[in-house]
Ligand binder design. Structure first.
Ligand code: FES
Ligand code: FES
Length: 181
């Protein structure tokens, strides 16, 4: 049994209890993928499995048998960052950086989901074949990736600029209730 990680074929561990996260970090020393909660709550461990975002702490390595995993280490092209990585740098998408690999992998998977027309909790027209990548849609679709530094506005800016607007992204303006003077 084996799995392809960032283009390289690697054998799966004999112990069927090993998670994809522990395979990456402890067996392959790919420590870019972070362990936050180790129980599916924070999104820090998000990687791509055959192009779909997964929570690697809750996925057994044996489930990836014969499939392809992409981690943050597999996104750059040599010295050239993936456009979303560069956008995170340009738009203040991180502070400590702990959540960043998961944010970036999650956003790549999320953009593909949106492109396929998959609705989210805030999608108004569930039958629409094309869903607008509004700030609300992007924030909702990234809500499984927590950032304790509070860099969410820059994160959404970077995602929007990379995949959707291609223009200078405006700062995120949340819909807050009006406060009486
Ligand atoms: Fe996997 Fe938090 S470490 S969701
Ligand atoms: Fe520090 Fe997100 S940049 S947790």
């Amino acid at each position: 049994m084996s799995v392809i990680v960032n283009g390289l074929n690697v054998p799966l561990p004999a112990d069927p209890r090993v998670s994809v996260l522990d395979l990456l970090r402890e067996h392959l020393r790919l420590t870019g993928t972070k362990k936050g909660c180790n129980q599916g709550a924070c999104g820090a461990c998000t990687v791509l499995l055959d192009g779909e975002r997964i929570i690697s702490c809750l996925t057994l390595a044996v489930q990836a048998d014969g499939r392809s995993i992409t981690t943050i280490e597999g996104l750059a092209d040599g010295d050239h960052l993936h456009p979303l990585q560069q956008a995170f740098v340009d738009r203040d998408g991180f502070q400590c950086g702990y959540c960043t690999p998961g944010q970036i992998c999650s956003a790549i998977g999320m953009a593909a989901e949106l492109e396929r027309g998959l609705p989210s909790h805030v999608t108004v027209d569930l039958a629409a074949t094309s869903i607008s990548a509004s700030r609300q849609e992007l924030a909702e679709r990234m809500s499984g990736n927590l950032c304790r530094c509070g860099a969410h506005n820059g994160i959404i800016d970077a995602i929007d600029a990379t995949f959707f607007s291609k223009e200078a992204a405006q700062p995120y303006q949340p819909d807050l209730p009006e406060v009486a003077a």
